[in-house]
Design a protein around this ligand. Structure first.
Ligand SMILES: [Zn+2]
Length: 67
């Protein structure tokens, strides 16, 4: 369902992604479908958007980006 890989230098909008907790620069990344059970029945499109997670490999802090 979701794939996961390690990235060493992540840039978002030209800025390096740095963990605010441990200042780590290595992240897992995975794509998540924001699919909440039952939500599509009510036609709430935002509930089915794709999100990208960047998860700090050191402390586990999770960034969420939705585009
Ligand atoms: Zn961290």
């Amino acid at each position: 369902m979701s794939k996961k890989e390690i990235l060493n230098n992540v840039s978002i909008e030209g800025n390096k992604l740095i963990c605010p907790i441990c200042t780590g620069k290595q992240f897992w990344t995975r794509k998540t479908l924001m699919n909440t059970t039952g939500m599509s029945f009510f036609n709430l499109d935002w509930a089915n958007k794709k999100a990208t997670n960047y998860i700090c490999t050191h402390c586990g802090y999770v960034y969420w980006f939705m585009k």
